[in-house]
Write a protein that binds this ligand. Structure first.
Ligand SMILES: [Zn+2]
Length: 258
């Protein structure tokens, strides 16, 4: 065989091989703007060069706002989790004023809009923001507000909940305002977190993880388990793209557009 032809065959084969190995997407999201995220999760992410998405509420203040601003400067995404985090008080304890049963859709959208403004004051970032439904509830006062939110243009993408089987494989059928995520339980192990990522690797899609506390606060992922997950992601960075919710969903939207 002609040597040039042989080299060409090898190059073509290698190109086909590398194109068949598309990266899967892993999105690390953190809810409620907790201190343990600033103190433990973000230093761990930074040490390995990963960016996370942080769904903040209006319960930020003079002590935390400068720190969140710094995190945004490092490339982490600050995102919208509403001002007062209204939930059905039948499912969680909370301030009666924030009982979503007593909310109208108008009140909810107004609150999401004001949280966008607060986030802009914190980091000067782009709008529309991404959003996570408080308590993963898509209804207030008994009315589903997904389509009202879509029409409002207040948010670009929105995250709902889900279990450890919430692996996204069909991008065409994915509603960008109802993106499922695994709501991670308290005391999760590093191996459980890695098992979820492996499921995503096998399916070739996208996986969104929903953390609360890391090494503290509540619904706490132990710091060592979080670190173990990050080390696994680093070791497999040729096959796994770890990115923010906004960037991950932008990638999905671009794929759907093609
Ligand atoms: Zn929350």
């Amino acid at each position: 065989m002609n040597r040039v032809f042989l080299v060409l065959m090898i190059v073509l084969h290698f190109t086909a091989y590398s194109q068949s190995r598309k990266k899967v997407i892993i999105v690390l999201t953190y809810d409620d703007g907790l201190a343990s995220q600033l103190d433990i999760a973000i230093p761990q992410l930074d040490s390995l060069g990963f960016k996370g998405t942080f769904f903040l509420t209006g319960y930020v203040g003079p002590k935390t706002i400068p720190r969140w601003r710094q995190m945004a400067l490092k490339g982490h995404e600050l995102a919208n989790h509403s001002l007062y985090h209204p939930c059905l008080l039948t499912t969680v304890k909370g301030n009666a004023a924030n009982n979503s049963a007593n909310y109208s859709v108008y009140m909810m959208l107004r609150e999401i809009g004001e949280m966008n403004n607060l986030l802009f004051a914190v980091d000067g970032g782009v709008s529309p923001r991404t959003y996570a439904y408080p308590c993963t509830e898509v209804a207030v006062g008994g009315i589903n507000y997904v389509d009202s939110l879509r029409q409002s243009g207040l948010v670009k993408y929105a995250r709902i909940g889900g279990g450890p089987d919430a692996v996204i494989t069909d991008f065409k059928k994915l509603d960008p305002l109802q993106v499922p995520a695994w709501g991670i339980h308290a005391g999760v192990t590093g191996d459980e977190l890695i098992a979820f990522v492996k499921k995503v690797q096998q399916s070739g899609g996208m996986g969104v993880l929903m953390f609360h506390g890391v090494g503290g606060d509540y619904i706490t992922t132990p710091a060592a388990a979080h670190k173990k997950l990050l080390l696994y992601l680093k070791q497999h960075e040729n096959e796994i793209e770890v990115t923010t919710f906004r960037a991950g969903m932008d990638g999905v939207a671009a794929l759907n557009h093609n």
